[in-house]
Design a protein. Structure first.
Length: 87
């Protein structure tokens, strides 16, 4: 049976324009650390969009979480707004 080693990294960032860049760098560092260099460009773009949405629309601190194992990665960006998301 194959053993799956999972990992999680989390950071909370302020509602500040510079936080989008900090979020991208956080994601880049941990993707490279865990051998997912090929995902850096795509996940950096997604991270930037989600962080910018949190900054502009929720106007709260937000948390970036990167979870993974040897086969997959999940990126989550969560703000502190009580309002539901709007398309």
């Amino acid at each position: 049976m194959k053993q799956v080693r999972s990992w999680t990294h989390k950071t909370e960032l302020p509602c500040d324009a510079a936080s989008a860049s900090l979020a991208r760098e956080f994601v880049r560092i941990h993707l490279v650390e865990h051998g997912f260099s090929g995902l850096v460009e795509d996940l950096s773009l997604v991270t930037s969009e989600l962080a910018t949405n949190a900054i502009l629309h929720a106007q709260t601190t937000f948390t970036v979480t990167l979870d993974g194992d040897q086969e997959s990665v999940r990126l989550t960006v969560r703000d502190k707004s009580a309002l539901p998301p709007v398309l």
